[in-house]
Design a protein around this ligand. Structure first.
Ligand SMILES: Cc1ncc(COP(=O)(O)O)c(C=O)c1O
Length: 365
């Protein structure tokens, strides 16, 4: 029996919730390349700090995540009042929508990009304006962004799901020609060749969001942060839940951020594996978008065929062999591609073996 509609708020009446990638009950056999998690465990230092915090769980956490703010500020050579910490970067994206959208204040996003933006806007009853790409090169649609007239725009860089990295010149054009609040979602920036932090000193309508879910192997702990002008941070702080980052998360995040050598080693290895996989796809003649992220967006082909049927066929072939990747059939620009997260070296080996097996199979009529 469904819940009586008369009790629901207007936005919720037409709301469609977010669909996350499959999170299987963990079995040793599943190779999970569908939600861009880091295949390596967190730094050993995280375990120590999280364990040592357990005895203090009777006490509320620091409501400002003060030590973590200082640590992030130091990491990026910013001041503490330019940093806010969230329960994953999703929490910060949500704060942006709460503060800057609703009523006549519309939300803009690249279409396709991270589908949570639409979900957050919808809960807030805000209209969403999707700015499409001209083609599957995923070049930044600068004119569309400027013309969107949104009050808040989510620009994902590196872009998801394509992995495409936008240059600083393009990003500056996007910000300069947009009169609202520009959020650059840098969830994957640690795997990219550059980031937009230098733009913070130039633009006071810019918010950059980051996550520890990907490059710091902490998707399960839920920590992200946003960087912006002190004035913007204080607005976001007003809408934040008081204790939005729990004790274990604050302690674990501090430990992960402090272990620079583990971060550098694992990040470098993921980038190396990504480039090796890309070369293999290139050799097979697959069109793959150059990636600045921890995943590849590639158009599978078999015996000269590519397109939605081929992509769906490989997705199912891999699924049946307990290899999870992501397929986005809902959009013309993505329906012929698969998004494959970078896993451990052995997992990449098994993936390639299965792909080669698939390629030699008779295609279905
Ligand atoms: C573009 C983008 N932004 C944000 C997130 C969410 O990150 P978090 O785990 O910090 O909430 C993701 C997660 O996949 C993402 O792809």
């Amino acid at each position: 029996m469904s819940f009586p509609k008369k009790h629901l708020s207007d936005p919720l009446l037409s709301h469609k919730p977010y669909t996350p990638g499959i999170q299987p009950n963990f079995t040793e056999r599943v190779i999970k390349l569908n939600t861009n998690e880091n295949p390596f465990p967190p730094s050993e230092k995280v375990r120590e700090k999280v364990l040592s915090e357990i005895d203090s769980l009777n006490l509320y956490p620091n409501p400002h995540s003060s030590t973590l703010r200082t640590c992030v500020a130091n990491l990026h050579n910013l001041s503490e009042d330019q940093v806010i910490i969230g329960n994953g970067s999703d929490d910060l994206l949500n704060l942006c929508v709460r503060c800057f959208a609703g009523g006549t204040l519309e939300v803009g996003m690249l279409a396709p990009s991270y589908s949570l933006y639409e979900v957050l806007a919808s809960i807030q009853g805000a209209k969403i304006v999707g700015v499409s790409f001209a083609n599957d090169d995923f070049d930044l649609p600068l004119q569309g962004i400027a013309a969107s007239r949104a009050n808040l725009f989510f620009l994902t860089n590196p872009h998801a799901p394509s992995g495409k990295e936008y240059g600083l010149a393009d990003l500056e054009k996007a910000i300069e020609n947009f009169s609202g609040i520009m959020v650059i979602d840098e969830a994957y920036a640690d795997f990219a060749s550059h980031n937009s932090i230098s733009l913070l000193s130039k633009y006071d309508n810019l918010i950059i969001t980051r996550t520890l879910s990907k490059s710091y192997s902490l998707a399960g702990l839920r920590v992200g942060y946003a960087l912006a002008s002190p004035a913007l941070v204080s607005v976001l702080d007003q809408a934040r839940e008081v204790y939005n980052v729990d004790r274990l998360a604050q302690a674990g995040a501090l430990a992960a951020l402090s272990d620079r050598s583990y971060f550098e080693t694992t990040k470098t290895q993921i980038i190396k594996l990504r480039e090796e996989l890309r070369i293999e796809f290139d050799h097979m003649g697959w069109r793959t978008i150059p990636s600045g992220a921890n995943f590849l967006f590639t158009q599978p082909s078999r015996q000269g065929d590519s397109g939605p049927d081929t992509a769906a066929d490989l997705y199912e072939f891999l699924f049946d062999r307990e290899i999870l990747v992501r397929y986005f059939p809902q959009n013309q620009l993505t329906e012929s591609y698969l998004r494959i997260s970078i896993g451990k070296p052995a997992e990449m080996g098994i993936l390639m073996d299965r792909i080669k097996e698939w390629q030699t199979q008779e295609k279905r009529k």
